[in-house]
Design a protein around this ligand. Structure first.
Ligand SMILES: [Zn+2]
Length: 1064
C-alpha cells in the first residue's frame, strides 16, 4: 500500500508566501471571511454548474455551496429503502444476539456465573487469563531481547502453538468472540464466494462457502463480519451428508465478528463447510466494497471497487480476516452485462443470462491473505502488454483516459518492473496476470492487491504533454512500490500487523532501487533517498511522542495506526542501512532466500534476520543481525553521535551517543525516556580529510554511551561521520570541526560527495533546531550554495529551510531572514534562468538533475520574493489568460500558478478555478487545485475551504490537501485551523476510519502553529474530543510545544546573527 504523498509531502510544495502587499488588510478581511463562511453554511444546494466538468462549470461556481451527498435523487430513494431494510435486519439480528447471549451465558460450555448481557461486557479491554497464553499479539516477535530464533519460522511456530491448543489442555474460552484475535479453533482452507452486485441501487448479495479445518473442539464458529446483514448460516461436515445443527447466530459489532452457535461441538482434525448467505451496501465511502463515480460525455457513471487492507474484507464477506489465515479463493461475480468485473485472477468462464446479466467465474487463487483479495465492477476499457515470462499486464481506466494514452506510461514501466523484480528476487511473478486499475477515488495512493492493484488516478495516469518531472517521479515510484509488494506482501505476508513495516519498508526502499533500474542516471537510492525519506522521517522520529517501527498491536484501532510514515520511511531507512553494512550483493542473495523459503506463507522479522545472517555467514561474516536490528526496530527514535577531538590525548577522539529529541523538555516529561537507557549498535563510517586529501572510509561499531578511539588527525584536518548518510542517525562535532567543514565547503565543496553535502546541511539544521548547535551554523553552511551545481544539496537546504520559514513567517523581523535566503539564491537563479519550454514531449530524456535543480532554485526564488521571479510568473500567467494558450513550461507550472494566484487579483483565481474544472489531465488538475490555496485573499481561501468538502467539486482524498495547503499559507493558517476545528466532526466521520488520512490532516493543519495562544487552542480542542486520534494529537501538541519553545529560546539569536551577516 502506498500512502498518499509517498515521496514526501513537502516536496511538491509550491510555496505560497510572498513579500508584497496586503498584510494591512488582514484584520478587515478576517471579518469578511467569517461572514462568507456563515453564508456558505446557510446556503442551499449547488447549482447544476458545480457538477459538470465542462467549461461552463467554473465561472458558475461563485455561488456554489457545499452539500453533503453525491447521490442522484432516483438512486437516493432506493438506497434509503435499502438502508431501512438493513437497519431493520440489523435490529432483528441484534435482538437475536442478545437473546442468544443470555441463553448461552446460562448453558454454554464452561459458563461462569458471570455477568449476563453479553454485548454490554463488550470489547477486549480486559483479556481474561487464558487469552494471555494465546499468541494474541503476534507471537514472540514482540519480546525484546528474546534469544535468537532458529528455524522453524515464526509463522510455523505460530501454527505449531495453535496445534498445541488441544481441547483437553485448554478449555474453550468463555466468549471467544470478545477478543481482538480470532480464537484459532478453525482454519479456513478454501472459500467459494458468489456475489451479485446491483449497481442501480448500490447493494450486493453474497453467498460464501468456506471449507474449514477444525484444530480444536468448539461449539462456536467465530469469523469476521461487519456491516453485512446475514440471512442464513449452515454448517455441514465435509464430504459427509450430515448437517451440523445451528442453534443460532449473531453479529458482535465490538470485535466485528459473526458468531455461529452450534448444538453440538465440532471435532478437532475434521473439516467442515460453512455457508453464509448475506447482503450489504456498496457504500459511498473509501473502505470495504465501495462505489465512486466519474463523468463521461456529460453522464455520471459509477463503479464499485474494494479496499480490504488492513481489516475491511469483513465488510464485503464473512471471513477469517487476519493475515495468517491464508486460504485459496474462488470468486464469482454476477452483474449487469453493461459492466465488466475484475478480480485477482483471470476470468475462467462467463455465463450470460437472457435478462441482461452475466456471471464471471474467476480462476482459483493461490494461498493468500484476505486483505489482498480484490474485485471491481466498472465500465472501464484497457490497454495490454505481456512480459517476457508471459505475464499479461493490463491497465484499466476511464475510457477517455485510455483513449488519450494516459495509462501507457504505467503499463510500459510495469512490464519492465515485473521483469526487473523477477530477475532481482529470482522468484517468478506468481499469477498469470496483473491488472492495474486507475480509479477516481481511493483512500491511499494505491493498494497492491495481488493481480489487481488499484491506484488513485493521480498516481498512475500520466499525460506526457502536461506532466512535470516530479509528477512523473511520483507516478513511477508508486508503481515501483506496488509491484514490489507482489513479492513483499502478497507472496510473503507479515504474520501480524506489528511487522507491517517489513513489507512497507521494503516496498518504499525498492521505490528507489526500482527507479534506478528504470532511470540509471538518477541516483535515487544513493541521493534522492536522503531528502525524501531519511530527512523526512528523522523529523518525525525525533519527537518524544514517536514510537518504535515495530509496534505491538493490542487492540483493533492499533491496526490502522501502524500504517504511518514511521513504518514506511523509517522501515526503508533501516533496510537501507542494513543493505549498506551487509553489502548489496549479499543482501540481495539473502532476500532471494527469504522469498523462496516463505513464498505463499507468512513470515515475521526474525525470519528475515535469520535468513540474512545465514547469507552473511556463507560469505564468511558473522553478524547477529537480529541483535543489531532489534535495537533499531524495537526502540523508538534514533541516536545522535557526537565526535569530539580530544585535546589532551593526541590522535584520540571521543564518540558518544544519545537519543536525539527535538524538544529536550519533552524528553524530561516523557517518563519512558527519562531513564536514558536508549542505546544502539551503530555502524559509524568515518573519513578524515583536509583541503587536498580525504582518507578512505573506516567503520566503527559504536555500542556504548561513550567510547575512545584512535584516529590520526592533523591540525587542519576535519572528520566526517556517517558517510553518504547510509546510517539512520545524526552526527554532531565540536565547533572547531564544524568550522573546518564549512571552510572546506566554501573553498572546494567537491571534496565531499553530493550525499555528504546534503547530509551535512540537514544534520546542521536539525541539530540547531534542537539546540545542539548555535543557530548560525546551518545558515553559514548554506553560504556555499552559490557554487553548488548539484540538485541534492539544494533540495536538502530547501526542505530544511521550509519549516524554519514557517516558524518565522508571521514575525515582524521576518524580512531579515527572507533577505538572507534571497541573497544565497540570487547567483544560481540568474545563472540557471528559466526553462525555455517543454522537453519536446519527452520527459524521460530530459536531464533530471539539471531540470530539478533549476526548478528548486526557481521555487526558492519565487517563494522568497525574488522580483524577477515574480515578474516572470506574472507574465506567463497573463500570457496564458490573454492567449488562452498555456505556454508555461511543464516543470515549473505549479510554481507559476501558485505565484500568479498569490500576486494577481481575483480574476486569476477564477481563471485557475475554471481551468481546474475543465481540465481532464489529472496531474494538471492537482496543481491547479493547489494553486488556488496560494491566494492572499482570505475570502477566496474561506470559499475554497468550504467547497473542499463538496465531494462533487473536490474528490474526498483531495479535500485534505486543500485544507493542509491553506494551512501552509501564512494568510490562511488561522483559517484552516479554525475550519478544521469547526468541521472536525464531519472530517472525522469522513476520514476517521482511514486513519492515515486523518493523521495527515491533523499534522498538516497543526505543524506550523507556533504561538502560545495556538497551543492553548489545540489543547482545549483536544479536551473536547478526548481519545479520538489520540496519537496524532499528542504528536501535534509536542510539535507545537517545540515550535513555541524554539521561538522563545532562539529566535532573537537567529535574527541578531542574520542582521549582522547582512550588514557585512
Ligand atoms: Zn505499500
Amino acid at each position: 500500500m502506498a500512502l498518499d504523498g509517498a515521496r514526501g509531502a513537502r516536496d511538491e510544495e509550491s510555496r505560497e508566501k510572498k513579500k508584497k502587499k496586503k498584510r494591512r488588510r488582514k484584520e478587515e478581511e478576517e471579518e469578511e471571511g467569517e461572514e462568507e463562511e456563515e453564508g456558505a453554511e446557510a446556503g442551499g444546494s449547488p447549482s447544476a454548474a458545480t457538477m459538470g466538468d465542462g467549461d461552463a462549470g467554473g465561472r458558475g461556481l461563485a455561488g456554489a455551496r457545499p452539500r453533503g451527498t453525491e447521490r442522484p435523487s432516483a438512486v437516493h430513494g432506493r438506497l434509503v429503502l435499502a438502508f431501512a431494510v438493513c437497519i431493520v435486519a440489523l435490529l432483528a439480528v441484534t435482538a437475536l444476539a442478545v437473546l442468544l447471549s443470555l441463553r448461552f451465558d446460562g448453558c454454554g460450555p464452561g459458563a461462569p456465573g458471570g455477568a449476563p448481557g453479553l454485548p454490554a461486557r463488550g470489547g477486549n479491554a480486559s483479556l481474561p487469563g487464558p487469552a494471555r497464553r494465546d499468541p494474541q499479539a503476534g507471537g514472540e516477535a514482540s519480546t525484546p531481547g528474546a534469544p535468537a530464533a532458529r528455524p522453524p519460522s515464526d509463522a510455523e511456530r505460530e501454527r505449531e502453538r495453535e496445534r498445541e491448543r488441544e481441547p483437553e489442555r485448554e478449555p474453550e474460552r468463555e466468549h471467544p468472540w470478545t477478543h481482538l484475535r480470532l480464537p484459532g479453533h478453525l482454519k479456513p482452507l478454501h472459500y467459494n464466494l458468489m456475489l451479485t452486485a446491483f449497481m442501480d441501487n448500490f447493494t450486493f448479495s453474497g453467498e460464501v462457502n468456506v471449507e474449514v479445518a477444525c484444530t480444536n473442539r468448539t461449539r462456536y464458529v467465530v469469523l469476521h463480519a461487519s456491516r453485512v446483514a446475514v440471512d442464513r448460516v449452515q454448517l455441514a461436515e465435509d464430504r459427509a451428508a450430515g448437517a451440523v445443527p445451528v442453534a443460532g447466530f449473531f453479529l458482535y459489532p465490538q470485535t466485528q465478528v459473526l458468531v455461529v452457535v452450534l448444538n453440538r461441538s465440532l471435532d478437532a482434525h475434521r473439516n467442515y463447510n460453512l455457508k453464509v448467505v448475506y447482503s450489504a451496501l456498496i457504500e459511498n465511502e473509501l473502505l470495504g466494497f465501495f462505489r465512486s463515480s466519474y463523468v463521461l460525455h456529460g453522464e455520471r457513471r459509477f463503479l464499485g471497487v474494494t479496499q480490504f487492507s488492513p481489516t475491511h474484507a469483513r465488510k464485503a464477506f464473512p471471513c477469517f480476516d487476519e493475515p495468517i489465515y491464508k486460504a485459496t479463493f474462488k470468486i464469482s461475480i454476477k452483474h449487469q452485462a453493461t459492466y465488466l468485473s475484475l478480480s485477482n485472477m483471470p476470468v475462467e468462464t462467463s455465463v450470460f443470462e437472457e435478462d441482461g446479466w452475466v456471471t464471471d467465474h474467476f480462476s482459483q487463487t493461490p494461498l493468500m491473505s484476505t486483505y489482498y483479495l480484490a474485485w471491481a465492477i466498472c465500465n472501464f476499457t484497457y490497454r495490454e502488454t505481456t512480459t517476457k515470462s508471459g505475464v499479461a499486464v493490463r491497465l484499466y481506466a476511464r475510457p477517455d483516459a485510455i483513449r488519450r494514452g494516459s495509462g501507457d506510461y504505467a503499463l510500459h514501466i510495469t512490464k519492465r518492473l515485473i521483469e526487473f523484480y523477477e530477475d532481482y528476487f529470482k522468484v517468478p511473478y506468481s499469477l498469470p496476470k496483473l491488472d492495474l486499475l486507475a480509479v477516481p477515488k481511493h483512500p491511499y495512493a494505491a493498494m497492491e492487491n495481488w493481480g489487481l492493484s488499484i491506484f488513485v488516478e493521480q498516481r498512475i495516469l500520466l499525460d506526457p504533454s502536461v506532466s512535470s518531472i516530479s509528477y512523473l517521479l511520483d507516478v513511477t515510484m508508486v508503481i515501483v512500490h506496488e509491484i514490489c509488494h507482489q513479492w513483499f506482501g502478497d507472496l510473503v505476508t507479515p504474520v501480524w500487523w506489528e511487522d507491517v513495516w517489513l513489507k512497507e519498508g521494503f516496498a518504499h526502499y525498492f521505490e528507489f532501487v526500482g527507479t534506478d533500474y528504470l532511470y540509471p542516471g538518477w541516483n535515487m537510492e544513493k541521493q534522492r533517498f536522503l531528502t525524501d525519506v531519511l530527512h523526512e522521517v528523522m523529523l518525525l522520529d525525533g519527537l518524544a511522542s514517536s514510537h518504535p517501527v515495530s509496534q505491538e498491536v493490542l487492540q483493533a484501532t492499533d491496526i490502522d495506526r501502524v500504517f504511518d510514515w514511521i513504518a514506511y520511511k523509517k522501515g526503508a531507512a533501516l533496510i537501507r542501512m542494513l543493505a549498506n553494512f551487509m553489502g548489496h550483493s549479499v543482501f540481495q542473495r539473502g532476500l532471494q532466500d527469504y522469498l523462496t523459503i516463505h513464498k505463499y506463507g507468512n513470515a515475521a522479522r526474525n525470519d528475515l534476520w535469520n535468513t540474512l545472517s545465514e547469507a552473511l555467514k556463507r560469505n564468511g561474516k558473522f553478524v547477529n543481525i537480529q541483535e543489531v536490528m532489534d535495537q533499531w526496530t524495537l526502540q523508538m527514535g534514533y541516536p545522535v553521535i557526537t565526535i569530539l577531538g580530544n585535546l589532551t590525548a593526541e590522535n584520540r577522539i571521543i564518540i558518544t551517543q544519545q537519543h536525539f529529541i527535538y524538544d529536550i523538555s519533552a524528553k524530561t516529561k516523557a517518563l519512558q525516556l527519562q531513564n536514558n537507557s536508549y542505546l544502539w549498535q551503530i555502524p559509524l563510517t568515518i573519513v578524515v580529510g583536509n583541503r587536498s586529501h580525504v582518507s578512505s572510509e573506516a567503520i566503527i561499531w559504536v555500542s556504548n554511551k561513550s567510547e575512545h578511539h584512535r584516529i590520526t588527525l592533523d591540525k587542519g584536518s576535519w572528520l566526517l561521520g556517517n558517510i553518504n548518510q547510509t546510517g539512520y542517525f545524526r552526527v554532531n562535532y565540536d565547533l572547531r570541526n564544524w568550522r573546518l567543514l564549512i571552510d572546506q565547503l566554501i573553498r572546494n565543496h567537491q571534496v565531499l560527495s553530493v550525499s555528504n553535502r546534503a547530509g551535512l546541511i540537514d544534520d546542521a539544521f536539525s541539530l540547531a533546531r534542537a539546540g545542539y548547535l548555535p543557530q548560525h551554523i546551518p545558515l553559514e553552511i548554506i553560504r556555499y550554495l552559490s557554487e553548488e551545481k548539484d540538485f541534492l544539496p539544494w533540495h536538502a537546504a530547501s526542505r530544511a529551510l521550509y519549516p524554519l520559514d514557517k516558524l518565522l513567517d508571521r514575525m515582524e523581523k521576518y524580512n531579515v531572514f527572507n533577505e538572507y535566503i534571497l541573497k544565497q539564491v540570487a547567483t544560481t537563479y540568474i545563472k540557471l534562468g528559466w526553462p525555455k519550454n517543454n522537453f519536446n514531449g519527452s520527459l524521460v530524456q530530459a536531464s533530471y538533475q539539471h531540470e530539478e535543480l533549476r526548478r528548486e532554485v526557481i521555487m526558492l526564488a519565487c517563494s522568497f520574493g525574488n522580483k524577477h521571479c515574480h515578474q516572470q510568473a506574472s507574465t506567463l500567467i497573463s500570457d496564458w489568460i490573454s492567449s488562452n494558450r498555456n505556454r508555461i513550461p511543464l516543470n515549473v507550472r505549479d510554481i507559476v500558478y501558485c505565484t500568479g494566484v498569490s500576486l494577481l487579483d481575483e480574476d486569476v483565481w477564477e481563471f485557475i478555478w475554471m481551468k481546474f474544472h475543465s481540465t481532464t489531465a489529472v496531474s494538471e488538475k492537482k496543481i491547479l487545485l493547489e494553486a488556488l490555496t496560494c491566494s492572499d485573499d482570505r475570502n477566496l481561501l474561506n470559499r475554497l475551504l468550504n467547497l473542499s468538502l463538496n465531494s462533487e467539486v473536490v474528490l474526498d482524498q483531495d479535500a485534505i490537501d486543500v485544507i493542509i495547503h491553506v494551512a501552509r499559507n501564512p494568510h490562511g493558517r488561522d483559517l484552516a485551523w479554525k475550519f478544521f476545528r469547526d468541521k472536525w466532526k464531519i472530517l472525522n466521520t469522513r476520514y476517521g476510519e482511514a486513519l492515515f488520512m486523518n493523521s495527515k490532516l491533523i499534522s498538516g493543519v497543526t505543524e506550523f502553529l507556533n504561538t502560545e495562544g495556538e497551543l492553548k487552542e489545540l489543547k482545549n480542542f483536544m479536551k473536547t474530543y478526548d481519545g479520538v486520534a489520540a496519537a496524532s494529537f499528542l504528536r501535534a501538541v509536542e510539535t507545537v510545544e517545540a515550535n513555541v519553545r524554539w521561538k522563545a529560546l532562539y529566535q532573537d539569536e537567529l535574527f541578531q546573527w542574520l542582521g549582522k551577516a547582512l550588514r557585512h
